[in-house]
Design a protein around this ligand. Structure first.
Ligand code: GDP
Ligand code: CA
Length: 316
């Protein structure tokens, strides 16, 4: 079986572990969000690709859900001694090595997709990991600071401001002219099923869908999505701030309707949101109700299995 997953960072990575357990023989392609990517200290950092790579490759800081296990922070401390900012985005020493190798290869002219493949030769994540695009796309957030509006990089809004300053708009800067990375459209077209993990619908899945051609390719397939919203709130993180910015209520019904029957065929919601099963806003989408907390690997594999079962039902 061939499965293609549109992935953000932490939520996606946990789900992917469950998917690997539920479908050990499947060929899984992960199309990763690169809208969170940022250049820091001259190095290109790809947080979502790295979270998937480290999680599936056994190098993740398990309690944090991102970053390397067993990190030390000598480089951060040395940079601080030079007052070399920004001071709001911390990179560990081990993580720095990834960004150095990536940046060297990019500077030598290799596209991000090829560079990601090289990095994955070390980590062996057990999936094919593709960036959504080799072209630079960055999520920017329009904020109002009282004395005027300005765009900031998504990471500045998310990490420095903890998304506490209301976002007026969220844009995928550069997406209009970007092309999907080699293999992305083929991986979607050739898939038996496309899955959306419980990733941020705006700045993870939404950004991937903003790359020209990807939305249409997904719409042509049997697609099942997992709600990242349980009982009217994101499970971890601040996805509600992103949804508010695009005028979507933070609820399983509203997010399912935002994806829409033209894009997804199946929608998994948590027991707490069981009224979604009969909500007219989700007409045309098959809704299934089950526990969606990715508590441990077994619980997460159950969610993945339910997504695959629903997809099989919908495509038969
Ligand atoms: P990020 O790029 O690291 O923010 O990660 P993603 O976009 O992949 O995932 C973030 C989303 O995962 C958040 O909106 C959370 O609500 C969702 N999430 C995290 N843990 C769980 C969980 O246990 N169950 C469900 N259903 N969603 C979760
Ligand atoms: Ca992310």
């Amino acid at each position: 079986m061939r499965i293609t997953v549109l992935a953000g960072g932490v939520g996606a990575s946990r789900f992917l572990r469950g998917l690997q357990a539920a479908a050990p023989d499947a060929e899984i392609t992960v199309v990763g969000n690169t809208g969170d990517d940022i250049t820091l200290h001259g190095l290109r950092v790809c947080p979502d690709l790295d979270t998937v790579m480290y999680t599936l490759g056994g190098g993740i800081n398990e309690s944090q859900g991102w970053g390397r296990t067993g990190e030390t922070f000598s480089i951060r401390d040395e940079l601080a001694a030079y007052a070399a900012g920004p001071d709001w985005f911390t990179l560990g020493d081990r993580d720095f090595a990834t960004h150095i190798v990536r940046t060297q290869l990019l500077n030598d002219g290799h596209p991000l997709s090829a560079v990601t493949e090289v990095l994955c030769q070390r980590w062996q994540p057990g999936v094919r990991l593709l960036p959504m695009s080799d072209d630079q796309i960055e999520t920017h957030v329009l904020i109002d600071e009282g004395d005027g509006r300005r765009y900031v990089h998504f990471q500045e809004w998310w990490v420095r401001m903890h998304a506490a300053v209301p976002a007026q708009t969220i844009v995928a800067a550069g997406a209009g002219e970007a092309r999907p990375a080699p293999g992305v459209l083929e991986a979607i077209a050739d898939a038996d099923v496309v899955l959306f993990p419980p990733s941020n619908p705006v700045v993870s899945v939404g950004t991937i869908l903003a790359v020209p051609g990807i939305r249409e390719a997904v719409a042509a397939k049997t697609t099942v999505a997992v709600s990242p919203i349980i009982g009217g709130a994101p499970v971890r993180g601040m996805a509600d701030a992103c949804l508010t910015a695009i005028g979507v209520e933070t609820s399983a019904v509203a997010v399912g309707a935002h994806y829409g029957a033209g894009l997804i065929n199946g929608w998994l919601v948590d027991d707490q949101d069981k009224e979604a099963a009969t909500d007219p806003a989700l007409a045309g989408i098959e809704v299934r109700v089950l526990p969606l907390y990715m508590r441990d690997l077994a619980a997460t594999a159950e969610i993945a299995r339910a997504a695959l079962d629903l997809a099989a039902e919908l495509s038969s």
